[in-house]
Design a binder for this molecule. Structure first.
Ligand SMILES: [Zn+2]
Length: 178
């Protein structure tokens, strides 16, 4: 996967934006709790908005992978739970995300999970982009796709770019986007 500058210094982003409406964060007593996260259009807005926020895979300057949470469509602010405080963005560890969102976000990379100071982050195993296909099918996948992981080594075909895969007659897998 290619990482690109996020607009926030020292954080790069990649992959698709996945809507997100809850996060597991520590409350002020240090207990992990589920909080609602929503887009908040401006300081003067009185009513609570139900528009979920967006999450995207993010990597900090130390190579740790978590998620960057921003307002929907990259505009607006974030409101966490019923707190009065609103923030422009959040960089969270992977265990703050609901499992379904985490799984979707991690599809484009091959990763290993690491526990750091009781939070879970990921590290990329193979930083250069590549795609996986099988000799027995006409689909190609992102390296973290569960279908790609089921392809046995002897049937694996690796492409460095999407273009190469398309030119070889393969079609992107609908679920991971290939
Ligand atoms: Zn796939």
């Amino acid at each position: 996967m290619r990482w690109k500058i996020s607009g926030i210094s020292s954080i790069q982003v990649g992959g698709k934006c996945i809507p997100l409406s809850t996060l597991w964060l520590k409350d002020r007593w240090g207990r992990r709790r589920r909080f609602r996260v929503s887009t908040f259009a401006g300081f003067d807005e009185k009513k609570h908005r139900s528009v979920p926020s967006w999450s995207q895979l993010a990597r900090d300057e130390k190579g740790r992978i978590g998620a960057l949470i921003v307002g929907a469509h990259h505009s607006g602010w974030l409101r966490i739970g019923s707190s009065k405080k609103i923030v422009p963005y959040l960089f969270v560890s992977l265990d703050a995300l609901p499992k379904k969102v985490r799984r979707k976000l991690l599809i484009p990379i091959e990763y290993e999970l690491i526990e750091e100071e009781d939070t879970i982050v990921a590290r990329e195993k193979n930083p250069s982009p590549f795609y996986i296909a099988s000799k027995n099918s006409k689909l190609f996948h992102e390296p973290g796709c569960w279908q790609a992981k089921r392809i046995k080594d002897e049937y694996k075909v690796i492409f460095k770019t999407r273009k190469e895969a398309l030119e070889a007659g393969y079609t992107p897998h609908r679920v991971c986007g290939g």
